[in-house]
Ligand binder design. Structure first.
Ligand code: ADP
Ligand code: ZN
Length: 807
């Protein structure tokens, strides 16, 4: 019988394809290895899912041999490969595209290398072929040898002390601190007190600065309890040495009546309660047990501080995965995990697929964050999948947040997650900030004249500046003015390709006329008072164009810039507080390293007032910030999305959590026209459990997750009729498939999406809702068949399981 391999290829199809394993490769083609195979006359890089000796189910003469083996050692370990297959099934996503998420991002180069080697025969060791760069760096570390007392003096003694205290260091880093580092190291190496090693360094910005080893603080009672429970869960794991064994041990029947020991947790700790310290202890205990750990954070570029704390505890033995890495660096990180040289990985969403060896622990920090949901390609939710991967690998999973997602709270209630609480701030002197609501219907504009900078906010800023403290102003709209409206006919200027308003961006101009005192500038500046050089931009597509000088609808030269964006807020604040150093943090200013630089300046006290979008709300620990102003709390609450209140609430609590993190008490001003809105009222009262309780009840009443399960079919087409037709056909099919007909799945729609047109395509949707997952999957399977063979080719359909973005 022939030896056959099931191979997933990177095409949008769900099934694997069968190839014959040539005799020469018989012992070497293993699951998880990449192979080169012929597919419709193209050579594609595929991944072996399984190998077996069997008779082929199809005509044997149609089965082609594999062209070449790419990985001598399977690129995907068994544990990861099994998880990826499960993920693909869960999301109805093509297996080839799911595998691509996990493979090191150098495929094209490897294919080129394969091509360069001509028509390929036996094993190609691309591990060796792939030594890009090759810039070596010298490292020094202390050995176990003990010196004769009194024989070392001066810098040699100091360098040795440093190495002993902080572990291995790059020689260059030591040279920065000691003028005679070279000769001191030479002397130390001669006496075998120090070992020198040369190797390729990670060229990652996160490693540029030296990080002193920290001294772990003593845990407070709540932290100690949380750490102990995680430790107990780690201790109860099956011994390391293979995910499969651990996974099967997990499923062994338990004695009746005995609850399984919890291995998944929700760490619910108020902002500043010291969750990070609990994470650090959990990782330590995981490493001590010989297993690897994976840490996921929402946006790694915004969390240099967090990475620094991990490095201070674990040294450079940490893979930091982020989008700023070059392909070569990413590969170096990936490889160091893959071979087990590094056992801890930290990164954003995509770190979910890191090949952490002997995975024992997955931590998801700020688990409520929307960025864990991938919104293009394979639409997976990294938090949900972290729970799945940990469960299958027989690992512990910890989700942490000050504002847990409703989904996670529901899992606690159903006994799937054990809750760990940190009710107080960790610093003894720190307390939660005092929150006041500013009802914008009652307060008028302060001296700046802008109604969104109320008198109370203005006064609070003055006080903060006088006390030499820092303030953060949060506004979730970027640009200068969020909309441009005709003052004569009222027409809103919208994007040609999208049904959304264009935003006016002033760009990098500093020479704005200072606003005249006494409230002169109206919220909408007339055209002739605007600075030149700005652009209109669409926040949904790449459109950017000049500001027209007249209304496109009626021709009047009366376009008004309406509303307040971060650019304008920054300018207005700078004008009103000329003595203050004002900076802005949003996606427009945050290039690769820029956001880190701005946050660093903030931490160093070189900025007095930081204006920004969501980016300012994320987990920063800025001890001198005593005032947080939420400029317009209502902006996020009115969206047509069942999670709008939850998201608004999380934003408010998180941004408020930036205030008063040390001995100085913090103050938060929330400006709103809607002070009774539950998201605002509960946030003002710091009542997270109260909000969660109410929101869960609300979801139960309206039948939205977590009370039900959703899947969204997203349909779009250039032609409106084609899109509408496809949506109607899908909805009809969903209603008549067995699950739909029996009403186990409810079908809502078809309807136009809230953003009805995007990038020139008309968008429609059909929402499926069910109490249980089984029927929903049944209906989706039926629809997947229709999508594959029965729809207009000009319509694109995406199945979004557990959708997050509803626009
Ligand atoms: P969170 O992640 O919950 O927002 P952090 O981990 O950033 O909180 O902790 C807030 C601050 O408290 C940090 O400055 C941290 O160093 C400090 N901290 C944490 N745990 C302790 C402790 N046990 N004793 C003293 N300080 C602590
Ligand atoms: Zn657009």
């Amino acid at each position: 019988m022939p030896l056959l391999a099931d191979v997933a290829v990177p095409v949008p199809l769900s099934q694997a394809f069968t190839y014959e394993v040539p005799a020469a490769l018989a012992g070497e083609v293993r699951p998880g290895a990449r192979v080169l195979c012929e597919f419709h006359r193209r050579k594609l890089l595929g991944v072996v899912l399984a190998v077996s000796e069997r008779s082929a189910a199809i005509d044997p003469s149609k089965i082609k041999p594999l062209t070449a083996l790419v990985d001598a050692r399977p690129a995907l370990p068994a544990e990861l490969l099994a998880f990826l297959q499960e993920l693909a099934a869960y999301y109805f996503a093509p297996i080839g595209e799911v595998l691509r998420l996990a493979l090191p991002a150098i495929e094209r180069e490897q294919v080129r290398a394969l091509k360069a080697q001509g028509e390929l025969g036996g094993v190609l060791d691309l591990g060796r072929a792939k030594q890009v760069g090759g810039r070596k760096v010298a490292y020094a570390s202390a050995t176990d040898v003990v010196e004769e007392p009194g024989t070392l003096r001066g810098q040699a003694a100091a360098v040795l002390a440093l190495l002993r205290a902080n572990g291995e260091q790059p020689v260059a880093r030591i040279e920065e601190r000691f003028g005679n580092a070279r000769s001191a190291l030479k002397k130390l190496a001669e006496r075998n007190l120090v070992a020198l090693d040369e190797r390729e360094p990670p060229r990652d910005p996160f490693f540029r600065r030296a990080e002193e080893r920290d001294v772990p603080p003593e845990l407070n009672a709540a932290q100690a309890e949380a750490a102990a429970r995680i430790d107990a869960a780690l201790a109860a794991l099956a011994p390391s040495g293979g995910g499969e064994h651990a996974a099967s041990a997990h499923q062994e029947p338990r004695p009746a009546g005995q609850e399984p020991r919890p291995s998944a947790f929700l760490l619910f700790g108020v902002t500043g309660s010291g969750k990070t310290e609990v994470y650090l202890r959990a990782i330590k205990s995981c490493l001590d047990r010989g297993r690897g750990a994976l840490v996921m954070v929402p946006e790694i570029a915004l969390t240099p501080q967090l990475v620094a704390r991990f490095r201070a505890r674990f040294g450079d033995e940490l893979a930091v995965l982020h989008s700023g890495l070059s392909d070569a660096d990413r590969h170096a990180m990936w490889a160091s995990l893959h071979v087990g040289k590094v056992r801890v990985a930290i990164g954003a969403r995509s770190a979910l697929f890191a090949p952490v060896p002997d995975l024992g622990l997955i931590l998801v920090d700020e688990e409520h964050d929307g960025s864990f949901k991938q919104e293009e390609g394979v639409r997976y939710h990294a938090r949900d999948m972290a729970l799945l991967r940990a469960h299958r690998a027989g690992a512990v999973c910890v989700l942490g947040s000050a504002t847990p997602s409703i989904e996670s709270v529901a899992l606690v209630r159903r006994g799937k997650l054990a809750e760990l609480r940190l009710p107080d701030r960790a610093h003894r002197e720190a307390s939660l900030p005092e929150v006041s609501l500013v009802d914008l219907r009652r307060f008028r504009a302060g001296p700046s004249g802008d109604p969104l900078i109320s008198l109370p906010l203005h006064r609070a800023l003055e006080k903060t500046l006088a006390a030499k403290e820092q303030a953060i102003l949060f506004l979730n709209r970027r640009g200068f003015a969020p909309s441009v409206v005709c003052g004569s006919c009222g027409t809103l200027t919208t994007c040609e390709a999208c049904s959304v308003a264009l935003t006016y961006h002033r760009g990098r101009r500093r020479d704005m006329r200072p606003p005249s005192p006494g409230g002169a500038p109206a919220p909408a500046a007339p055209l002739d008072e605007r600075p030149e050089g700005g652009r209109l931009r669409c926040h949904y597509c790449d459109y950017a164009g000049p500001l027209p000088d007249r209304c496109g609808a009626c021709g009047a030269r009366n376009l008004l810039l309406e509303g307040l964006g971060t650019e304008r807020l920054e300018a207005t604040i700078a004008g009103s507080f000329p003595e203050a150093r004002v900076a802005r943090l949003d996606r427009d200013v945050a290039g690769k390293d820029r956001s880190q630089a701005i946050l660093a300046r903030m931490r160093e006290g070189k900025i007095d007032i930081l204006v920004g979008t969501q980016m300012v709300t994320k987990g920063h620990d800025l001890p001198n910030v005593t005032l947080v102003g939420v400029v317009n709390a209502d902006a996020a609450l009115g969206l047509p999305d069942f999670r709008a209140a939850e998201r608004g609430f999380q934003l408010l609590v998180q941004v408020a959590g930036r205030a008063g993190r040390r001995d100085r008490p913090g103050r938060v001003l929330i400006q709103t026209r809607n002070p009774e809105h539950p998201a605002i009222a509960f946030a003002a009262a710091h009542d997270v459990p109260g909000f969660l309780e109410r929101e869960i009840r609300e979801r139960e009443e309206v039948g939205y997750p977590p009370a039900t399960r959703l899947a969204l079919l997203r349909i779009d087409a250039v032609d409106e009729g084609v899109g509408r037709g496809a949506a109607a056909k899908l909805a009809a099919h969903a209603r008549t498939c067995p699950e739909g007909a029996a009403r186990r799945v409810e079908v809502l729609g078809p309807s136009a999406a809230p953003i009805a047109r995007l990038r020139g395509r008309y968008r429609f949707r059909v929402l499926l809702r069910a109490r249980d997952r089984g029927p929903l999957r049944g209906a989706l399977a039926a629809l997947a068949g229709l999508i594959r063979d029965g729809l207009d080719r000009n319509a694109r359909v995406i199945i979004d399981v557990d959708p997050v973005a509803m626009l």
